[in-house]
Design a protein around this ligand. Structure first.
Ligand code: MG
Length: 339
């Protein structure tokens, strides 16, 4: 098995602002695994606030020695060995996981949603994210988001600004809204007041309302909240799922947080066993990582897989969004071809 990797920078169509940062591009790494005449594609997306860089990913991937395994099929051996090379590096690990899955699916001649036995008709709609901006820009972005059935907004600044953003969207559309506060509401009583107001404005759930350091406050909020609370920053990997119980109503799984498709699939299984709702999210990603995540989408309640829609230099063709709904294709592996 040969592993190749190349730095890649995803250029955003619009500057993207959340409660803690703003940016116009996202660094990434494209990965290929070649074996037996077949190439599997993978990708790492590394928004700066998460700590990985193209340099750290290159250093990590340079340590990965796939030559000691006979072929990509032994995921149960290969992925734990890669995970044990160093802590963190979850996006770099995800890139390898995705490329191995792509190779296996291509070798078997089947897309992963078929290998997992899923019904592509059950793939959900995806939300479309509108970042923090002036009311005028928010109105314009809401008009552009007309094809999407659910709008996701980033809140978590002061209450007046947050309310103005919701009001700006409601001037344009009555579609359901999901809110991501990105830990932006540290005061639980204020958070509750905001959520009670949002519930009257057609919001359907709240992602990560409070800082991850205070699970007791989030549990207090959940007991009183009229809307479900979904963990994002609080839940990264498989062992974190159990800790969401009693604190959140559901979890947001992202390949770049959890090291890839294999662990994401395990997290969904555990979350379901615990009675948790499941959302599938993404970073700014090309159609490579988005199409990989989309293979799991028939298993989840909500999807936020708009990453490839937000960039202007996608190097892959893959899963599409048709009339707002994730539409899986029959291409083998993760369902992509290079442009
Ligand atoms: Mg989030």
């Amino acid at each position: 098995m040969i592993l190749r990797f190349t730095p890649y920078t995803a250029e955003l169509r619009h500057a993207f602002t959340i409660a803690t940062a703003s940016r116009t591009s996202t660094p990434g790494m494209l990965v290929e695994i070649e074996h037996d005449g077949i190439i599997g594609y993978g990708e790492a997306s590394m928004p700066p606030y998460l700590g990985e860089t193209q340099a750290s990913a290159a250093a990590f991937l340079a340590q990965v020695d796939l030559g000691r395994f006979p072929d990509p099929f032994q995921l149960g051996e290969i992925l734990p060995a890669i995970d044990a090379l160093a802590p963190g590096n979850t996006a770099a690990k995800a890139a390898v996981d995705i490329a191995l899955h792509d190779w296996i699916g291509k070798k078997l001649g089947a897309p992963w949603h078929r290998i997992w036995g899923l019904d592509p008709a059950k793939a959900p709609v995806t939300s479309f994210t509108i970042g923090i901006d002036t009311p005028e820009v928010v109105r314009q972005k809401t008009r552009e988001a007309a094809p999407y059935k659910i709008i996701k907004v980033k809140l978590g600044r002061d209450p007046a600004t947050d309310r103005a953003l919701i009001d700006a969207i409601r001037e344009i559309t009555d579609r359901p809204i999901t809110v991501d506060a990105n830990q932006g509401w540290p005061d639980r009583a204020e958070a509750l007041r905001m959520i009670e107001w949002l519930a009257t404005r057609g919001v359907i759930f709240i992602e990560q309302p409070m800082p991850k350091e205070n699970p007791d406050d989030t549990a207090w909020l959940r007991e009183r909240s009229p809307l479900p609370l979904i963990a994002d920053e609080s839940v990264q990997r498989l062992p974190d799922v159990n800790r969401a119980l009693g604190v959140f109503d559901g979890i947001n799984i992202k390949l770049m947080k959890c090291t890839g498709l294999r662990e994401a699939h395990e997290m969904i299984t555990v979350a379901r066993a615990l009675g948790l709702k499941v959302m599938l999210g993404c970073m700014t990603e090309t159609s490579c990582a988005i199409s990989a995540a989309a293979q799991l989408s028939p298993l989840v309640d909500w999807a936020d897989l708009d990453g490839a829609l937000l960039i202007k230099n996608d190097v892959f063709l893959g899963t599409t969004v048709v009339d707002g709904k994730i539409t899986l294709n029959d291409l083998p592996g993760i369902g992509v071809v290079k442009r």
